[in-house]
Design a protein around this ligand. Sequence first.
Ligand code: BGC
Length: 522
Amino acid sequence: MSISKPSNTEQLKWWETAVIYQIYPRSFQDSNDDGIGDLPGITSRLEYIANLGVDAIWISPFFKSPQKDFGYDVSDYRDINPEYGTLDDFDRLLARTHELDMKLMLDIVPAHCSDQHAWFIESRQSRDNDKADWFHWVDPKPDGSPPTNWLSFFGGSAWTWEPFRQQYYLHNFLESQPNLNHANPDVQEAYRDVARFWFDRGVDGFRLDAVHTINADTAPYRNNEANREFKFGELPREQQPFFMQLHDSAQLNQPAIQSFSESFRSVADQYDDRYLMGELHGDDPIKASETFTSPGRLHATYNFNLLEWDGLDVDGIKKAITNAISAFNGTGRLSFAFSNHDVPRSATRMLAPLGLKEDQQQALQLLLLKLESCLIGSTCIYQGEELALQDVRDIPIELMQDPWGIEFAPTFLGRDTCRTPMAWRGKASNGDFSKANKTWLPVSEQHLSRAALDEAAKPDSIYNAFAAFLSWRKKQSALMHANSMTEITGGASQIVFDRISESQTLRCSFDFESLAATFEEV
Ligand code: BGC
């Protein structure tokens, strides 16, 4: 892969180079002592994020929701779940974020809503109400079984029987997360309205949840084919049946979804400089990402290649990056991430076989943070990565919260391990996350020794090393004014590539033996 120097020195859009800090609102900061993080809590901690030098914040969903999937089951897209605050709290949070010169992205869930949403409550009543066609309602097969072999990502069939309608409805996740029927123009208009509602308030963009699981094809619903290359691997064995099937074009990544991405984009284009980043996966994630981000559709894809559940070794990281950039080099249409609210934390997960000691794990985390922010496109870091927080793997089973984890416990720990509350001050009760007697998930003892404000006050902490790095990064033309990189080279424990702009070629080298990153103009 040889690339010529980009001649276009035009300023890139903010999102093409952004470092985006992901907040899991339930676990960031509690302000009203109920043991649950909330919006005023986030506002009170914004300076900590701004001082890191990131460009934007993405907040996981805080809309009205029964919280069966902790916000990814929305019952009202235009309101705030009371435990997180009010719309006024949101406006204050947004204003302060902008004052601190950061963008704010919300997390919208277009594929499904909660079974408590008024749309579904009405739809499930009968076959002839106003919302009768807003979801995927299908008759049983003559033997009474579900219409297709589709499985839910969270276990069991993707179809649930509704006695009122004497029909099955589709849910790719929990049965309380019914999938919308995006073949219905009224459904797409409803989501355009939601987009307008938040853009009018001033939000800068959306992370769109699980876009590949939007269903826009209607009958006949076709069976998924068997995945003949299936091998037992990552994720709990109990969940493997889902991966024994191929999904693209039948259950997932249906071609008709593109009408949704175009319709949602048409709203974003009516505002200045707004950004849509789609969470995209599938049997062929790169193909899905390319299709969804083609002109007039989503701006960028949230790339999963570095999010492998079991972690990756150096060779795996090289392959993951090479595969992702094969389709996107020269563009800012992708976002890399090593961690999020769905996978074990990167400080524990990546290069796990090396059995790194505590101080080495911190150095590894810093190396990963630098690596991802030197790749093309934007990068998403997850709360606590700047502190090298470890995954919390000792949560007693009776305290588990994640419905996916609970479904497959005790052999599977689920996603609580990366969702425990942030510790802010090591010596304060609950790490100063909350004054409640009990927090929704326990604050990890181990995280108290790496509490955020304590680390921010230490000149030699990872937090400060990363902040210094981000400030240096902003001055590198090769990282900020073009999105091109060369093929990855280097020995077995190295990742080396050049980033190239018209005025600078920067060699970026990451050594996983010495755990050091070096940069050199060439
Ligand atoms: C989100 C998960 C959520 C799922 C269903 C995902 O991809 O990141 O946290 O459980 O979508 O909405």
